[in-house]
Write a protein that binds this ligand. Structure first.
Ligand code: NDP
Length: 401
């Protein structure tokens, strides 16, 4: 029986993974080793009971008594805290879904690679912060990383049977997010609920806002570079409002291979779950006559400074990705808390990258987990300082206007 674990089981990707497992036979068909969650203890406990997991782990150590109570009599072990999540990743499983949001997903992913698992990677932040490290761990332990981001799954599928040396360019599609059609001058006033109204995809809160600012696409550009090993100049971004082409690979003979499908993450998750086979999946089939038109437009860098910053990160390489991601996470927290405006997030990230230039000079080859964590920590402090300055500036301006 195939064994598997899901990190971030209570989130959007986690829930959709559980949905696919349930349809494929659930606890009768899979041996579920570990399920982890953050704050949603009731959902975590329900899933762990349903799938008869060996262990359920929540991120907050203070949640342990409640989790134990919810699992009483089920035979599922309860554990809590970041170290317990990392230890859950040490338990061998054939297939591991990495769907924790943010930098917290990095350590469990690395630990799962160390026992040679197939790592289905939704947590793009792992590749952005520590791509060379992750790829080296996979190579050293004979593990396999499969992309779960829909764009990267599309690229992976468009590359099957092809030689990466024949690739001229990779074209990432972007929906443009909730604020795609807003006038540029209105973006500064966009609220959290404005940015959450995604036109096509139902996703977690953080990635939905990152989609509106295109920080999500910026992460994906860097993820593409790290995962497929192509040069930054080979990676293009195009806005495709219908979100039906999930990405494309352009070959040196001029051919472009595009991956089309309904905007439903269960395709990419299911592809990784069944790889290298294809299994029947519960996703809507496209009626192309009904679709009729596919449209594209070039992204405007004034609206999406995150895309420009992604290029700067790739030019710096090394630990710049860790600084970028950490600063972006803090800027997003500050936007969610009302401290800074929508367009000020990029300013925070840019200031951190500039301030840390001297600290980021290490070569990829010498990157260690400790280096990544140190840069992540420092970038968070710098980003919080910069966001605080902006917030104080706003409060000061507000007093006199
Ligand atoms: P969600 O916010 O919906 O879920 C995140 C999961 O991580 C939840 O299980 C949450 O627990 C848990 N979690 C949050 N913080 C921590 C922490 N500090 N330590 C441990 N666990 C934590 O996110 P998504 O499912 O949307 O995204 C997950 C990842 O997949 C992200 O990296 C995202 O970029 C990527 N992704 C998502 C897509 C989507 O369609 N949603 C598409 C492509 C990629 P709880 O909810 O219990 O608090």
């Amino acid at each position: 029986m195939r064994s598997l674990s899901i990190f971030g089981a209570t989130g959007s990707v986690g829930e959709q993974t559980v949905d696919l497992l349930r349809r494929a036979g659930g606890a009768e068909a899979f041996r579920v080793v570990a399920l982890t969650g953050g704050r949603n203890l009731s959902r975590l406990a329900d899933m762990a009971r349903e799938l008869r997991a060996e262990v359920a782990v929540c991120a907050d150590a203070l949640g342990l008594p409640e989790l134990r109570e919810r699992l009483a009599g089920s035979g599922v072990e309860a554990a809590a805290g970041p170290e317990a999540i990392a230890e859950a990743a040490d338990r061998p499983a054939d297939w591991v879904m990495s769907a924790i949001v943010g930098a917290a997903g990095l350590v469990p992913g690395i630990r799962a690679l160390r026992h040679g698992a197939v790592l289905a990677l939704a947590n793009k932040e792992s590749l952005v912060t520590a791509g060379p490290l992750l790829m080296a761990e996979a190579a050293q332990h004979g593990a396999r990383i499969l992309p779960v981001d829909s764009e990267h799954s599309a690229i992976f599928q468009a590359l099957v049977g092809e030689d990466i040396a024949a690739v001229e360019r990779i074209i990432l599609t972007a929906s443009g997010g909730a604020l795609r059609d807003w006038p540029l001058e209105a973006l500064a006033k966009a609220t959290v609920s404005d940015a959450l109204a995604h036109p096509n995809w139902a996703m977690g809160q953080r990635i939905t806002i990152d989609s509106a600012s295109m920080f999500n696409k910026a992460l994906e550009v860097i993820e593409t570079r790290e995962f497929f090993g192509v040069e930054p100049e080979q990676i293009e971004v195009i806005i495709h409002p219908e979100s039906l082409i999930h990405s494309m690979v352009g070959y040196r003979d001029g051919a472009i291979m595009a991956h089309l499908g309904a905007p439903d993450m269960r395709h990419a998750i299911g592809y990784a779950l069944n790889w290298p086979a294809r299994a029947e999946l519960p996703v809507a089939r496209l009626d192309l006559a009904q679709v009729a038109t596919l449209t594209f437009r070039a992204p405007d860098l004034a609206r999406y400074p995150a895309l420009r910053l992604a290029r700067a990160v790739m030019a710096r390489r090394g630990l710049a990705g860790a600084a970028f991601n950490a600063a972006k996470e803090v800027a997003l927290d500050q936007f969610l808390a009302g401290g800074i405006g929508f367009m000020e997030m990029a300013g925070v990230v840019e200031a951190v990258l500039e301030a840390m230039d001297a600290d980021l000079g290490r070569e990829n080859a010498t990157m260690s987990l400790e280096d990544v964590q140190a840069v992540d920590h420092l970038a968070r402090i710098r980003a919080a300082e910069r966001a605080g300055e902006i917030a104080r500036g706003r409060a000061g301006a507000g007093r006199w206007t």
